[in-house]
Ligand binder design. Structure first.
Ligand code: NAD
Length: 332
């Protein structure tokens, strides 16, 4: 059945990819983003593309007019460097989800997907590098990432209560670090996989043999390739899973191991300067996928090495093409 789908944050990394998937499936897609359309990572000509600030209630009504489904991927966000230094901006995203839920209720939108984050998990569960994988119940008692994580946790609960009290069919995924082509790799909002690719490429282009690593490199994370994420979003949205559920990889690596992978792809070995005062986030984090495997049969299919190869190639082309000259010299 052909559906009318609104993707909020459609000019962003995940939203741009998701729009491509739904368009290929033959759905009518409306992408909405605050950024000017020339700055969208992907702009699909066969979609309806709107530039609106979804912190405004009227904009949310315009965005969801006639929509069967809403995917809320719009948020002021970035990697650790951004969220640690912009807590109020991150929390203002609560306006987006709140106004979208109100509009979805008013307009009778049939499904509402909300992109939450592993940043909702309690800090006390992430103090060791040998993280066993965060289970859904580890979000409570609550002590999430300050700013960004609190906003995500609050918005998860708004989704729950709009469903329970008003019947809006909300579904929530907790994304663990998503990476891939057509995403942020410079400017301050980038996350570790893209940042490391950029630093290695910038060092190569500048003829330097060193890079800076944030923290001691021993902190651990898992990273999910965009294609796995897109399959998970569709599966969760069409499912009957009402609780927020992990959508992430359980292939945990240290940041040093991630740098090893990028160096291997690039065919270089660089000196690592560890900046211990840079934003580092929690000590260890990975996704426990027991629940999503059991309920949906979903598991990530793309190994980190393979996804990073595609990501590196895309960032390399952007930088080689001079699309991001600043980043060539900005090896931070
Ligand atoms: P992104 O920054 O590439 O995309 C978000 C988009 O939202 C941006 O294009 C931005 O312009 C837009 N936006 C922000 N404020 C807006 C507003 N007021 N009105 C309209 N548009 C607005 O980020 P992404 O990586 O695609 O992430 C998508 C969602 O997934 C976000 O909610 C994010 O918090 C969540 N998430 C992402 C990751 C990840 O690793 N990428 C991890 C956890 C959660």
């Amino acid at each position: 059945m052909r559906k009318k789908i609104t993707i909020c944050g459609g000019g962003g990394f995940i939203g741009g990819h998701l729009a491509g998937v739904f368009l290929k499936q033959g759905h009518a897609v409306r992408c909405v983003d605050r950024k000017p359309q020339t700055a969208w990572y992907q702009r699909h000509d066969n979609a309806e593309n709107l530039t609106l600030d979804l912190q405004n209630a009227d904009a949310c009504v315009a965005a969801l007019q006639g929509a069967d489904e809403c995917y809320n991927l719009a948020a002021d966000m970035g990697g650790m460097g951004f969220i640690e230094n912009n807590k109020a901006l991150c929390m203002l995203s609560v306006l987006i989800n709140t106004h979208l839920l109100v509009a979805a209720r008013k307009l009778g939108v049939r499904r509402f997907f909300y992109a939450s984050s592993a940043c909702v998990y309690a800090a006390g569960k992430q103090t060791e590098t040998a993280n066993p994988g965060l289970k859904e119940e580890d979000a409570y008692p609550a002590m999430p990432e300050d700013g960004y994580g609190w906003e995500k946790l609050f918005s998860e609960r708004m989704c729950r209560h709009f469903r329970e009290d008003f019947g809006v069919q909300t579904r929530v995924a907790r994304f663990h670090n998503v990476y891939g082509p057509f995403g942020t790799f410079d400017g301050g909002r980038e996350k570790a996989p893209a940042a490391i690719c950029r630093k290695v490429i910038a060092a190569l282009m500048a003829g330097k043999n060193e890079i800076e690593i944030w923290g001691d490199g021993l902190q651990t994370r898992s990273f999910m390739y965009i294609d796995d994420c897109l399959k998970g979003i569709s599966a969760i949205t069409s499912s009957d899973i009402l609780q927020p559920i992990n959508l992430g990889s359980d292939e945990m690596v240290s940041i040093n191991q991630l740098v090893d992978i990028v160096e291997e792809i690039a065919g270089v070995k660089l000196r690592r300067n560890y900046n211990l005062s840079a934003p580092k986030g929690v000590r260890g984090r990975s996704s426990d996928n027991t629940l999503i495997k059991r309920l949906l049969g979903w598991a990530p299919g793309i190994r980190l090495r393979d996804g990073m190869e595609k990501t590196y190639a895309w960032i390399y082309d952007q930088m080689k093409g001079g699309l991001s000259k600043d980043s060539v010299f900005n090896v931070h």
